[in-house]
Design a protein around this ligand. Structure first.
Ligand code: BES
Ligand code: MN
Ligand code: ZN
Length: 493
């Protein structure tokens, strides 16, 4: 369950919560709320600043218990760093640090005064949304595949109030919808691939539609895809015992207007196929449905926000396995668009399922198509794990998406899609090859997709580096849900 968010106008000293959250900068500078608590408690915070216990360094947290003159049981002092460097990212960081500490305390709710801090260029609504989303990301805990624990009687952190005018509550309702979408995406990503199969993702989409009046859901099975001629998608699915699905969700919030279309790569496990991947790190390929999770999560948020626009969400869901019927390097498949593709590497499967999904989505006559895909290791080499790769020939669309990423700290960075790269996809045996050689792998993957979106406003997000955090305890991040939802929010004004 997403954290329950509220606003409060209580003064720090009289607010009777289990815990208050206030900030301390470096160099002995306290936030206004911290100062007020310090004053009313006879200098309880400055004593710890003087002793060096409270440094104000980013990442530091300090819990004070039962301060005299303060109604709240605890005061959590979070380090904010240097006052001159306090910015959007620092507010998100401090909120996350606070939530992580709160999660470990025996309490069910807290009141944060961090959103009273000045963030250059940001208004109260932005601060609330950012703090709420950063807090909820820390409060999320994956439990689905652990032995059920006996219900503990200890309180669990589940509600967070922010000091803000009552009129700011709308921003928190918005944050809740986005946080729900992020959680949905993270959970789907984290689930193991023996549970999160193409059929499972389809069932989740159907449930989403059943739970939300006004959402339409269509699921295509293998036979229906064959009828449509989706040879590239079916070629990827051929080696797997888990049959593919094509999911199409529709939200109608604006009458007859042309819809925005989101398309997400849903490879529930990418073994590489016959071009099998090395063992090390292969388990991370359960996250190869991060694009699907991201667009479904964004769709869910858009529906919860009842956005006044039309939206379609298309997810090709397959598993890439080296079964006895698997496709081979040198196979040639015919896509739904008629274009033929020579498979030169079965591990470049994302573009193969996306090309048919991108052709399919055109039947909705979308105004804009945005796809999200954990498409290339090359994108991670280029941009690392901080920015998603953005590729589009449409400069206006690029700046809108970059701005949405910037505003939500879910950033993307643009790579070129110049035609100069297209010849890397030439082959003597089909209209196009599915790999482009050793240079510019993220871009040649984008170039491949561009051949299936001609005549449409289209952008591609390569989220290979941003969709999850690496390691045994690494989790799905829910990116690019914040970017996508912000993009849609900006479209409705
Ligand atoms: N799902 C992978 C891309 C990937 C790799 C994402 C590592 C995140 C981390 C994709 O299907 C893939 O295997 N791409 C190949 C393409 C190559 C064969 C042209 C890659 O990036 O190596
Ligand atoms: Mn692959
Ligand atoms: Zn893949």
């Amino acid at each position: 369950m997403t954290l329950l968010f509220e606003v409060t106008q209580d003064a720090p000293e009289t607010c009777a919560a289990p815990c208050l959250v206030v900030g301390a900068f470096e160099d002995r500078v306290l936030s206004a709320a911290a100062l007020r608590i310090d004053e009313k408690s006879g200098g309880a915070i400055t004593r710890l600043v003087d002793s060096g216990d409270i440094s104000g360094k980013p990442g530091s947290t300090h819990v004070l218990f039962a301060l005299p003159g303060i109604a709240a049981a605890r005061v959590l002092v979070v380090g904010l760093g240097e006052i001159g460097k306090f910015d959007a990212a620092r507010l998100a960081r401090a909120s996350a640090d606070a939530a992580r500490t709160l999660k470990g305390l025996p309490l069910d709710r807290a009141v944060s005064y961090l959103t009273e801090l000045d963030v250059p260029g940001k208004d109260t609504a932005w601060k609330l949304r950012t703090a709420a989303l950063a807090s909820d990301a820390q409060a999320y805990k994956y439990t689905a595949t652990f032995k059920p624990k006996p219900k503990s009687s200890q309180a669990e952190f589940s509600a967070l109030a922010f000091a803000a005018p009552a009129s700011a509550a709308a921003a928190l309702a918005q944050a809740t919808a986005i946080a729900d979408g992020v959680r949905f995406a993270r959970e789907l990503g984290n689930l193991p691939p023996n549970i999160c199969t193409p059929a499972y993702i389809a069932a989740q989409a159907q449930k989403l539609a059943a739970d939300h009046p006004g959402v339409g859901c269509e699921i295509l099975d293998e036979a229906q895809m064959r009828k449509l001629g989706m040879g590239a998608l079916l070629g990827v699915a051929a080696g797997s015992a888990n049959a593919p699905r094509l999911i199409a969700l529709q939200w109608n919030g604006a009458g007859e207007a042309a819809p925005y279309a989101l398309v997400g790569k849903g490879v529930t496990f990418d073994s590489g196929g016959i071009n099998i991947k090395p063992s090390a790190g292969m388990e991370e390929m359960k996250f190869d449905m991060g694009g699907a999770a991201g667009v479904l999560g964004a769709f869910l948020a858009a529906v919860k926000l009842k956005l006044k626009l039309n939206l379609v969400c298309v997810v090709p869901a397959v598993e890439n396995m080296p079964g006895n019927n698997a496709q081979r390097p040198s196979d040639v498949v015919t896509t739904m668009s008629g274009t033929t593709v020579e498979i030169l590497n079965t591990d470049a499967e994302g573009r193969l399922i996306l090309c048919d999904a991108l052709t399919f989505v055109q039947k909705f006559k979308p105004a804009v198509i945005i796809d999200a895909a954990t498409l290339t290791g090359a994108c991670v080499v280029a941009l690392g794990k901080h920015a998603s790769g953005l590729m589009t020939k449409d400069d206006a669309l690029a700046s809108e998406l970059l701005a949405a990423g910037e505003a939500t700290l879910d950033r993307a960075w643009r790579l070129p899609l110049w035609d100069d790269y297209q010849s890397q996809l030439d082959t003597g045996y089909a209209d196009v090859a599915n790999i482009g050689g050793k240079y510019a792998g993220a871009i040649t993957a984008g170039c491949f997709l561009s051949r299936f979106t001609e005549g449409f406003r289209w952008a591609h997000l390569d989220i290979a580096g941003t969709a999850w955090e690496e390691g045994r305890k690494g989790s799905g991040t829910g990116r690019p849900v914040p970017l996508l939802v912000q993009y849609l929010l900006d479209r409705v004004g």
